[in-house]
Structure formats: C-alpha cells, structure tokens
Design a protein around this ligand. Structure first.
Ligand code: MRU
Length: 358
C-alpha cells in the first residue's frame, strides 16, 4: 500500500546491503523511518519493542530473523537457540511460532552451504503468501461490504479496533483489506477508528494508513463505539486477531471483547478477519492462551509532538499510581458473526473452520 504515493511492503530483504528493512512503527505517525535489521538480536528487539507488530508481520519478521541468524553464524546450535529466542519475543500472536516452526522444518536436512539460500527463499515465500492471504481476505470481505451497500445505498460505516491494517501484515492488512477493496471498487466507506489505548495503534497506525489511501475515517476514544452503535451509526465491525482457536474463540487487542459485546447487544455484525497462519489448532481452552502483559509505562506515558515539532514522551498519571497493562483479550465465538479468511467466510466454530481448512 502507499505512503506519500509510494508503494511499500512492511518488510523486505535488501539484496545490496544484505539486511532486512522494516518501517519503524514506533515512530509513526510523526516520523517515517526505514530501519535495517542486521542480526537476529535486531529482529528479536524489533518484535519486543514493537518496531514491527501485528500478528502476520511478527511472523514475517521472525522468518527473516532465522535468515539473519544463519548469516551471522551458520551453526546448528546458534540457529536453534535463535529460533527459541524468537518464539519467546512476544507470547500471544501464534503467527510467530508458526513462522519459526515452518522455517526450522524447511531447514531440516539441508546441508550447510545451501542453508542461507533455502532460508531466504522460505522467508520470502512466507511474506509473499501473506500478501496473497490478505488480498483474498479482502476479496472475500468485500462481498459483505457490498451487500450492506446494496441495501443501504449510502456510505458504509465500519468500526475497527487496533491496527489490523497493512502495517500489521506484509501488505493489504486483514481487517482493512476488505475496506481497501471496497474503496477501490468505488463503494463509499467511512471507518470509525478506535484509538486503542494504551499504545494507540488505531490512532497512530490505522488512521495514518487510511489517510494515505484517501479513505475517510474518524478516530474515536475506545469507549465511544457503544453509543455510535446505539445510534445506528455503525453498519459493521471488523477486527483482526492474534490467535483464533479452532473453537472460533478470538484473541485480539485488549478492548475487542467489549466492542463485540456492544455489537451483539445492538445487532451490529461483528467480523474477524484472519489468515490461516493465525489459527491455533492445538489450544482448546481460551484460558490457556498466554496473554502478554506489557510495561505500565505504556499506560502512564504518551508520545506527542511538542510546539517545535519534536516528539516528546510525557507522564500523564499521578507519579505514585500503579497500573496494569494486559495487551489482549478473548472474544468468545458466540459474539463473532463470521470469520473472514483467505479461503472464504465461515462460522466461528470448529465446524466452520474445518469446512474451509481440512
Ligand atoms: O500489540 P499489537 O499491535 O501487535 O496487536 C495487534 C493486533 O491486535 C491486531 O489486531 C492483530 O495482530 C491482527 S493483525 C492483522
């Protein structure tokens, strides 16, 4: 997708410099900075401090992390240890483990002098496939938006939470992909963007990327969705997910559950868009999903532009207060209207998912 009219992906391999390039998302929306990852430690750190974030992009970065490890030291113990460290870098998004496991499986039995080439090809394939997955999610989700538009004959108002946009994937996004496809088809859409405290991925990233694609959007405080739904100003909700169980239970950015409850009460359809790499087929009980707890500083401090245009971090809480920062919550399947995947749309249930993915 575009930034200032120029097409980008969120991650790519720079053949000339033999580095991995990323867009540093901690600097958006105030600064657009492309950063080099040169070592596996750089990749782990980028995932931990959220220079890259969003389940599919975390997966893509982990895949390139294995490539960087091989470039540093083509030694089986180092590569294995690197793969374990990568998996530990963020616990909730399942795409991370999925990508590392896939890379390690691909490398099994490959001899040393071919290892780097095989790893690089596989990392590129994982990223290319993700682009295709996101594109197909968009084409499938487009049908839902089209249906609403054909009935309403007016702008379709869509609420989204966090950033499940192209910045969270390699391109297109999951939740935003149907929106981009609808816009390209000339269907008028307007997006209610949940600010998404504490890190404000909605305001900082979703609104930013929608602006760059000229899609009308309005940032709302996280608590505003309920009244907008009661007033009939939301036609549908669409969110992404960090891990969806085979039961159809959806783990996503903190606050998703409350939005789903409000949608359920107001009979607003609530969709979850996901590639198959986000399905956790093994965990059966959502209480077993590891929920990441991040630093309280993400709540107590906020970045903004000062009068001179410099980015500054300020404390917004009483110095003595304590806080807790759980990064994800679970939306039980019964509150999810449908799942939108690269293979089609299905019920949020084992039957639904198995119908699409054998
Ligand atoms: O903590 P983040 O910013 O990595 O969380 C991202 C989300 O919750 C997204 O909604 C999810 O990863 C889906 S991304 C296509």
């Amino acid at each position: 997708m575009k930034i200032e009219g120029k097409e980008y992906r969120t991650i790519w391999f720079d053949e000339k410099n033999q580095t991995v390039k990323i867009i540093d998302q901690t600097k958006l929306p105030h600064q657009f900075i492309i950063k080099d990852l040169k070592t596996v430690k750089d990749a782990i750190n980028a995932i931990k401090i959220m220079e890259v974030r969003g389940a599919p992009l975390i997966g893509g970065t982990a895949a390139y992390g294995i490539v960087l490890a091989i470039m540093e030291k083509n030694d089986p113990n180092f590569i294995k240890k690197s793969s374990e460290d990568l998996i530990k870098s963020r616990p909730t998004a399942i795409n991370l483990k999925w990508a590392v496991d896939r890379m390690m499986k691909k490398l099994t039995g490959i001899n040393n002098n071919e290892l780097l080439k095989v790893a690089l090809d596989e990392a590129k394939t994982i990223c290319d496939e993700d682009v295709k997955f996101s594109e197909n999610i968009g084409l499938n989700g487009l049908k839902i938006i089209e249906e609403i538009y054909n009935k309403k004959k007016d702008t379709v108002n869509i609420l989204t939470h966090c950033n499940a946009g192209w910045l969270a994937t390699i391109n297109w996004g999951t939740a935003t992909s149907p929106i981009y496809h609808a816009h390209k088809k000339g269907i008028p859409v307007h997006v209610w963007v949940d600010e998404t405290r504490p890190r404000n991925q909605g305001a900082n990233l979703t609104s930013y990327e929608l602006n760059e694609e000229d899609i009308p959007n309005t940032i709302i405080a996280d608590n505003t969705g309920g009244i907008l739904m009661q007033r009939g100003e939301v036609d549908m909700c669409i969110v992404g997910t960090d891990r969806t169980l085979s039961t159809g239970d959806v783990c996503n950015k903190i606050g998703t559950y409350l939005k789903a409850l409000a949608a359920y009460d107001n009979k607003v359809p609530f969709y979850v868009a996901l590639p198959s790499s986000t399905i956790d087929w093994d965990t059966k009980d959502f209480k077993d999903i590891p929920i990441e707890e991040r630093s309280s500083e993400e709540l107590s401090h906020i970045d903004g532009l000062d009068k001179k245009g410099n980015v500054e971090k300020v404390l917004i809480y009483p110095k003595k207060s304590s806080s807790i920062n759980l990064a994800f919550d679970i939306t039980p399947a019964k509150f999810v209207t449908s799942l939108i995947t690269e293979k089609g749309i299905c019920e949020a249930s084992e039957e639904g998912l198995k119908g699409l993915f054998k």
